[in-house]
Design a protein around this ligand. Structure first.
Ligand SMILES: [Zn+2]
Length: 557
C-alpha cells in the first residue's frame, strides 16, 4: 500500500459514526490526522502496513470526540487546585475540607475555591458563623456549584464593608437575617462586594487551571468545547483570553476551543469595539474567540432567574419577585443586532422563561435588521421555556444548548425549585424533546464546574431523565422527570458531538466519523446502545484522540 497506508487503524469495534444517517461501522483508518476510511474490518485491513498502529477494539465503542457547548475549564481547573468542595456532600465535610485547606495554605490571603451544593443548607443558604468558627482571621469566599451564590465569613463581609445598612445591588441580593444583618450568602451581583477585592488569578494560576481542566476533559472523551466565559484584562476572573492564546502558541492546547467573550452587563454598547479587537487578537492554533457571552438572568433556586409570572412564596401564593433581567431588553435587542451584523455568535445564559423570551426577541430583532446569517446564536440552560417560544428556536435559527444533568428529580429541583414555580410552569422545564420535535438544533454542554463534565452522565440523564446511580447528592430515582422530554440515545449522542460542533462552526471538520474529517475520537469501554439505558453512566472512556494523536489513555487501556 506504500504511501496510502494508515497511521492508525481501529478494528473489530462498534463504531457509531453520528453521520446524517446515524450509521454504524466496524473499523476505521486515520492518515495524517484525518479519517481516511470507515467501513468493515475487511475493507479497512488493506490500509494496514508495518508502521500502522492497530487498535483492536474487541467490540468496544468508538465515537466522535465529545464536544461540550458550555463549560468553564479554566476556572474549574483552578477550583480543583484550590479548596475544592465539589465531591463532598455534607456541611461537616465542607467545614473539614475548608479547615484543612486553610491549615495547609497559611500564606493564602483569601480562602478561595468552592463547589458546595445548595441542597445541603436550609433554603440553599449557608451561614457565616460556620466559617467564622474555623477561619476567623482571613476572608473566605466560596461560590457554590453553579457560581450564582457565594458563602462568605464575617472577615470577608468586614473587608467589603457589607453591613445591615448596605443596599442590594441591582443585579444581586445579600441574604440577610430577620434583623437585616448579612447572613453569609451573597447572590449573583452581590458577590462583587468580595470579588472586587480578591486579586484576580495570576497568569500562572490560570494556565495551571487550563491544563488541569483540559486533562480532565480529555479523560472523559472530550476533544473540544465552547468556553462560556473568556475575559481579557483585569476582570474578576483574570485574563483567560491570554491563557488560551499562550497555550495555543506553545502547542499545549490539544482541545479545539471557541471562546465566548464576556459581555460586561454594567456597561453598554460602547464595549462592542473592544470585543471586535479581542476577537482579532483572539485566534491561534485550535482557539478562536468568536462568540460573545451575554448573561441575561440568574437561577431559579435563588429567585434571580427572570420569570414571566412571579415566583410563588413558601405558602404557594405569588410573590412580587420576577427575578432579574441583567440586560435591559431594549439594550439587548440593539447589542445582539450589532454583534450579529459584525459576525459574532451570541451565547446567551437564558435560564427562566422571561430571559429565554428576551433572548429570542433579541435574535428576532437581529434577523429582522440583518437577515438570516450563519452566526448561530445559542441559548444555554433553557430551564423554563414557555410553550409559545418552543417553535421560535427553529424559526429564528437559535440553537438550544442543553445541560441535561439538571433535568431530573433531585433535591435542588424538588425542594428549591418546583414549589416556587407551581403548576403548570414546573412542567415547562428542560423541554429538550419538545424542542427537537419542533425542529430546533440541539447542542449539549455540562456547565462544569457547575455539574459533572462527564458526557456519559449527561447523556444518561438526557435519555432517562433520572440521575445516574452514583450521583453524589440525594435524588429520587423512582420518578422520571417529565418523561415526554426524554431523548433517544442517538439524539443525545448527536447533541454532544455533531450538535456542539455545529455551535462552534466546526461541523465540517469534526463531530462525526466521516472520511476527510479530523480524527478527533473517543473509545468507550462498551457499546452503550447494547446495554440497558439505566446503565449509560456506568460506561467510561478508555482513550481519547485529537487528530489521531492520543491525548488520554486510561491506566488499564
Ligand atoms: Zn456557565
Amino acid at each position: 500500500m506504500g504511501g496510502s497506508a494508515a497511521d492508525l487503524v481501529f478494528v473489530n469495534g462498534a463504531v457509531y459514526t453520528v453521520d446524517a444517517a446515524r450509521s454504524w461501522a466496524q473499523a476505521m483508518a486515520v492518515r495524517e490526522g484525518r479519517i481516511a476510511a470507515v467501513g468493515t474490518d475487511a475493507a479497512i485491513r488493506p490500509s494496514i502496513d508495518a508502521r500502522t498502529e492497530v487498535i483492536d477494539l474487541a467490540g468496544r465503542m468508538l465515537v466522535p470526540g465529545f464536544q461540550d457547548a458550555h463549560v468553564h475549564p479554566v476556572y474549574a481547573g483552578i477550583d480543583m487546585l484550590q479548596c475544592d468542595l465539589h465531591d463532598l456532600t455534607t456541611k461537616d465535610e465542607y467545614l473539614a475540607a475548608i479547615a484543612a485547606y486553610a491549615g495547609a495554605n497559611p500564606d493564602a490571603t483569601w480562602i478561595l475555591g468552592g463547589g458546595w451544593s445548595m441542597e445541603v443548607f436550609p433554603r440553599g443558604c449557608p451561614a457565616k458563623q460556620d466559617l467564622d468558627a474555623i477561619v476567623p482571621e482571613r476572608p473566605v469566599f466560596l461560590p457554590n456549584r453553579d457560581g450564582h451564590s457565594a458563602w462568605v465569613n464575617s472577615k470577608a463581609l468586614e473587608l467589603a464593608g457589607v453591613t445591615a445598612e448596605t443596599l442590594d445591588p441591582a443585579d444581586g441580593r445579600i441574604e440577610r437575617t430577620a434583623d437585616g444583618e448579612p447572613f453569609g450568602t451573597m447572590h449573583e451581583g452581590a458577590q462583587r462586594f468580595m470579588t472586587d477585592l480578591i486579586p484576580p488569578s495570576t497568569p500562572d494560576e490560570l494556565y495551571a487551571g487550563l491544563m488541569k481542566g483540559q486533562a480532565y476533559l480529555h479523560a472523559l472523551g472530550i476533544t473540544g468545547w465552547q468556553d462560556a466565559i473568556v475575559q481579557a484584562g483585569g476582570g474578576a476572573w483574570g485574563d483567560s483570553l491570554s491563557t488560551y492564546l499562550t497555550a495555543a502558541e506553545k502547542g499545549e492546547l490539544t482541545a479545539r476551543v471557541v471562546g465566548a467573550l464576556w459581555w460586561d452587563r454594567l456597561r453598554g454598547l460602547e464595549q462592542i469595539d473592544e470585543l471586535v479587537a479581542l476577537r482579532d487578537r483572539g485566534a491561534a492554533g485550535r482557539f478562536a474567540a468568536t462568540s460573545v457571552k451575554i448573561m441575561q438572568d440568574g437561577v431559579c433556586e435563588n429567585f434571580t432567574g427572570a420569570v414571566l409570572d412571579p415566583y410563588l412564596g413558601a405558602d404557594g401564593t405569588p410573590t412580587e419577585n420576577r427575578g432579574i433581567s441583567f440586560v435591559d431588553p431594549d439594550v439587548l435587542n440593539e447589542a445582539v443586532t450589532r454583534l450579529d451584523a459584525l459576525g459574532f455568535q451570541v451565547h446567551f445564559h437564558a435560564l427562566a422563561d422571561r430571559a429565554v423570551r428576551e433572548a429570542l426577541d433579541a435574535i428576532e430583532a437581529a434577523r429582522r435588521t440583518n437577515g438570516m446569517s450563519d452566526t448561530r446564536p445559542h441559548l444555554a440552560h433553557i430551564q423554563i421555556v414557555h410553550p409559545d417560544d418552543i417553535p421560535r428556536f427553529r424559526q429564528l435559527g437559535a440553537i438550544a444548548n442543553a445541560q441535561p444533568l439538571w433535568a431530573a428529580h433531585e433535591n435542588q429541583m424538588d425542594e428549591l425549585t418546583i414549589p416556587f414555580l407551581g403548576e403548570p410552569r414546573w412542567t415547562w422545564q428542560y423541554p429538550f424533546a419538545s424542542l427537537v420535535r419542533a425542529g430546533a438544533s440541539l447542542a449539549m454542554g455540562s456547565d462544569w464546574s457547575v455539574s459533572s463534565p462527564d458526557p456519559l452522565e449527561e447523556i444518561h440523564v438526557a435519555v432517562n431523565r433520572v440521575m445516574p446511580p452514583d450521583y453524589p447528592y440525594s435524588a429520587d430515582r423512582d420518578r422520571v422527570f417529565l418523561p415526554d422530554e426524554r431523548l433517544d440515545m442517538g439524539t443525545a449522542m448527536a447533541g454532544f458531538t455533531i450538535g456542539s460542533a455545529y455551535v462552534n462552526h466546526l461541523e465540517a471538520e469534526t463531530g462525526s466519523i466521516e472520511v476527510g474529517k479530523r480524527a478527533d475520537l473517543a473509545v468507550l469501554d462498551r457499546n452503550v446502545f447494547a446495554h440497558p439505558s439505566e446503565e449509560i453512566a456506568n460506561a467510561s472512556c478508555l482513550m481519547t484522540f485529537v487528530e489521531g494523536e492520543r491525548v488520554f489513555a486510561a491506566p488499564d487501556a
